[in-house]
Ligand binder design. Structure first.
Ligand code: GSH
Length: 200
């Protein structure tokens, strides 16, 4: 449910057939050298490998209609992308902390201040379009929505030990309503029900 998940959401929404290849640590040791940058995720299309999640998101977004053609609208999507990516350093710190007491402290501190501040920024971006009653950019689901859903519904709650959908967003009602709206898209709810439960 990490960096590859936005791609799976886009494929599911667009009805694209794809091979969802999740590798174990042992398999990773064997194939790491065969991936261009030695990192995952990698998208393989017609035998060509594309690394770097942000590049993959935009590529899939462009091909399947989740990335606008208008430069101004693209920039709005990019602003959301960058805002979402600002969670990553803190999530990384929590993820790699092996001392359970320190991990719990870190989660408590970040959940009390830094995360809610970032939720407020996302909410501010959301209400700029259609008073926050629909999607982040324009009037249809874009890469921006996919990424926000992924970080708020999947990644943050999983990393802080709550499980998907476990985040308390009562102080951010527009975001909470947005998550419900996105999740009630039939293809999304179906995917969430059927997807394999793995860390990645
Ligand atoms: N900037 C890259 C970072 C990718 C990354 O750090 N991937 C991690 C997994 S989340 C990885 O491949 N780690 C294994 C390794 O470096 O051996 C992206 O967004 O795709």
């Amino acid at each position: 449910m990490a960096r590859a998940e936005p791609v799976r959401y886009m494929f599911e929404l667009a009805g694209v057939e794809y091979e969802d290849n999740r590798v174990s640590q042992d398999q990773w040791k064997e194939i790491k050298a065969t991936t261009g940058l030695g990192q995952l995720p990698v998208l393989e299309v017609d035998g060509k490998q594309l690394p770097q999640s942000a590049a993959i998101y935009r590529y899939v977004g462009r091909v399947h209609g989740f990335y606008p053609s208008d430069a101004c609208e693209c920039a709005k999507v990019d602003v959301v992308t960058e805002t979402v990516s600002e969670f990553n350093p803190d999530l990384g710190k929590i993820f790699i902390e092996s001392d359970q007491a320190k991990k719990a402290d870190l989660i408590k501190t970040l959940s009390a201040e830094k995360f809610p501040k970032r939720f407020s920024i996302l909410e501010k971006l959301l209400v700029k379009t259609n008073e926050g009653k629909q999607w982040f950019v324009g009037d249809k689901i874009s890469l921006a929505d996919v990424q926000v859903f992924c970080i708020l519904h999947d990644l943050i709650p999983v990393v802080i030990g709550l499980g998907p959908g476990g985040l308390d967003l009562k102080d951010h009602p527009h975001l909470a309503a947005f998550l419900d709206r996105f999740k009630s898209e039939e293809k999304i709810s179906q995917w969430i029900k059927k997807r394999p439960v793995t860390s990645f």
